[in-house]
Design a protein around this ligand. Structure first.
Ligand code: AMP
Ligand code: TRP
Length: 354
């Protein structure tokens, strides 16, 4: 029997080059070897307030981008998380075996709930800086923390449910999600110990070169849908002019030399992106632009990204809403079949009458 992969992306903003290189590109390759399930995780997206109309539109957009990138609905199941109710149901059941302390360790939660800054403040590690003083006041931080919604805290349990429901072997994601996959493993093992062998224990899968694409405006943080500046990322549907503008505005390090090193994190990120979209080694890019300076490198990087995204954009524009909705509803049917069987097994083992 083929091994299975499962992965998903939140329809909470525009998909960007980090999502593509870190996740989708691997899915397209892996779908030939694995029994594959790709989800649009709208229930995860609403852990941050969403405009309902925009959420529906983004959900279809993400699905079309999966298809345009080469996910083949003949080979893979593609579906919307909220259309298979077993995800939410299994999450509730897993809630009952999850420790608060484990959720409290999740970096994504600590980051979004401001708990990291709050802890620093309480330890007296924050030097008062005038510009940020209001946002770093104890009152503000406490209010932010207490106002954080439970959904954001429980988010990793829903992700564990997504993965465990399908007896997933491998979870191809970007590096930031590996901690959630670890928690999934822990919950799977815990359930198996307590109620008997039920879930397959999955492994995370990342690719060294693409697991963490950094922001164009800040090479110390990952490229992200939720970054406040548009200049942080290249969206998969950006026009050639926008891509050029964003690449030319990308921050660079001091000095003019072209080198691929941790001492020049901004340049390292650009070379990394260049090497991934041009399918060359970073060293080849360095040799090619060694004596040409940043400007030339950026101009040609922009062109390479435009060429790389063009076929995806062309295909995207050919897919109608009707077509994608049909694929998603077929996908939900196929996913439901697997999920229904699993949830029955889980409920029975926990003592529910099914
Ligand atoms: P998200 O945008 O949080 O829904 O992430 C969807 C997928 O893209 C996950 O597998 C992430 O780990 C991956 N991803 C997001 N941002 C990046 C990035 N900057 N570099 C590499 N992978 C990323
Ligand atoms: N939490 C993931 C992210 O933000 C998205 C996600 C939800 C996911 N469920 C999943 C990824 C299951 C892999 C497997 O990127």
């Amino acid at each position: 029997m083929k091994k299975r992969i499962f992965s998903g992306i939140q329809p909470s903003g525009n998909l960007h080059l980090g999502n593509y290189l870190g996740a989708i590109k691997n899915w397209v390759k892996l779908q030939n070897e694995y029994d594959s399930i790709f989800c649009i995780v709208d229930l995860h997206a609403i852990t941050i307030p969403q405009n309902p109309q925009e959420l529906s539109q983004k959900t279809l957009e993400v699905a079309k981008l999966y298809l345009a990138s080469g996910i083949d609905p003949e080979k893979s199941i593609v579906f919307i998380q909220s259309q298979v109710q077993e995800h939410a149901e299994l999450m509730w059941l897993l809630n009952t075996i999850t420790k608060n302390g484990d959720l409290m360790k999740m970096t994504q939660f600590k980051d979004k709930s401001k708990v990291i800054v709050l802890k620093k403040k309480l330890r007296g590690e924050l030097v008062d800086r005038k510009v940020f003083s209001r946002k770093e006041s104890l009152e503000y931080l406490l209010k932010e923390y207490l106002g954080t919604k439970t959904g954001l805290f429980n988010y990793p349990i829903l992700m564990a449910a997504d993965i465990l429901l399908y007896d997933t072997n491998l979870v191809p994601v970007g590096e930031d999600q590996l901690q959630h996959v670890e928690l999934t493993r822990k919950l799977g093992r815990k359930f198996n110990q307590e109620f008997g062998e039920t879930f397959t224990i999955p492994e995370g899968f990342t690719q060294k070169e693409s697991k963490r694409i950094m922001g164009l405006d800040d090479p110390t943080n990952k490229m992200s849908k939720s970054a406040s500046s548009d200049y942080n990322r290249i969206d998969l549907l950006d026009s050639p002019e926008t891509i050029e503008r964003k690449v030319m505005k990308a921050v660079t390090d001091s000095g003019q030399g072209i080198e691929y090193s941790d001492n020049k994190p901004a340049l390292k990120n650009l070379i990394n992106i260049f090497s991934l979209v041009a399918n060359k080694k970073p060293e080849e890019i360095v040799t090619q632009y060694e004596n040409q300076g940043y400007k030339k490198l950026k101009e040609e990087l922009a062109q390479a990204v435009v060429d790389y995204l063009r076929p995806i954009q062309e295909k995207y524009n050919q897919i109608s809403d009707e077509e994608v909705k049909k694929i998603l509803s077929d996908g939900a049917k196929r996913a439901r079949k697997i999920a229904e069987t699993k949830i029955k097994e889980v409920k029975k083992k926990m003592g529910m009458i099914v």
